[in-house]
Design a protein around this ligand. Structure first.
Ligand code: PEP
Length: 257
């Protein structure tokens, strides 16, 4: 029986697009997606400096997507130079926020404990975390990907309480497939996403876990999205490079309907 989870396609713009470029991309997307999103939820995650501009486009053009940030700090306010709080994100219309992206883990030293605090802060603020996990090439070559990712999920969701499966999204992103053009096969994705689902069931119970969307991320593009969506435990994609082109991203949404 097909699952009841609404598919989700999220675009991570990373450190790309100035304010005006971001507004233009959001306008293009709003136009291209206007007829193509039936039954698919779409999220765009621009850099912090673009959030307000993209929110304005969403309001003016009734854009069929939600707004997400790429990071957050768990403290409410205060002397944390350079950081952004949940309240600040909420105030500019964010309903989603990526946490634990491998680039944050690798380049900025984020730990599972940090990610756990961010998830809890976002949930308290009513923002849905898109929590990323995934193994390095070294871990994959040693065939330890399942154990590695399961451990990340256990740490990232430690003592987290959910009211429903819709409160959070998990993105499985094998690091060796991010921005490299090398994709995992649908079988690779299902192996780990299936294990993630089982772990979520252990943590939250089946009723909640079966409602959590699990995305695949790593060189996803219009040509390969359909294969991933056929996997039982893959409910959409977290898209980097291809989300910067309105044509490609809207095609991916169209192919997810
Ligand atoms: C990402 O970094 O979240 C990502 C999936 O990037 P890309 O699609 O470019 O591999």
């Amino acid at each position: 029986m097909p699952n009841q989870r609404t598919r989700l396609i999220a675009g991570n713009w990373k450190m790309n697009k100035t304010y005006s470029e971001g507004v233009t991309l959001a306008q293009d997307l709003a136009y291209k997606l206007s007829e193509n999103t039936d039954g698919v939820e779409v999220v765009v995650c621009p850099p912090f400096t673009d959030l307000k501009g993209v929110q304005s486009v969403m309001e003016m053009d009734a854009a069929p997507f939600h707004l997400g940030a790429q990071n957050v700090y768990w403290q409410e306010s205060g002397a944390y130079t350079g950081e952004i709080s949940c309240d600040m994100l909420k105030n500019v219309g964010c309903t989603y926020c990526i946490v634990g992206h491998s680039e944050r883990r690798d380049y900025f030293g984020e730990t599972d404990q940090d990610i756990n605090k961010k998830i809890k802060a976002l949930l308290s603020a009513g923002i849905k975390p898109i929590s990323c996990c995934g193994e390095s090439l070294e871990v994959r070559e040693a065939n330890n990907q399942v154990a590695f990712v399961v451990n990340q999920i256990k740490e990232d969701f430690k003592d987290v309480t959910l009211k429903s499966g819709d409160d959070v999204v998990v993105a499985y992103e094998p690091i060796w497939a991010i921005g490299t053009g090398k994709t995992a096969t649908p079988e690779d994705a299902q192996e780990v996403c299936g294990a993630i689902r089982e772990t979520l069931r252990d943590i939250f119970g089946a009723d909640i876990a079966d409602g959590i969307r699990i995305l695949y991320g790593g060189s996803a593009k219009p040509e390969n999205i359909a294969g991933f969506l056929e996997c039982e435990d893959v409910d959409g994609a977290l898209v980097g490079g291809a989300s910067l082109k309105a044509d490609d991203f809207s095609l991916m949404v169209e192919r997810s309907v």
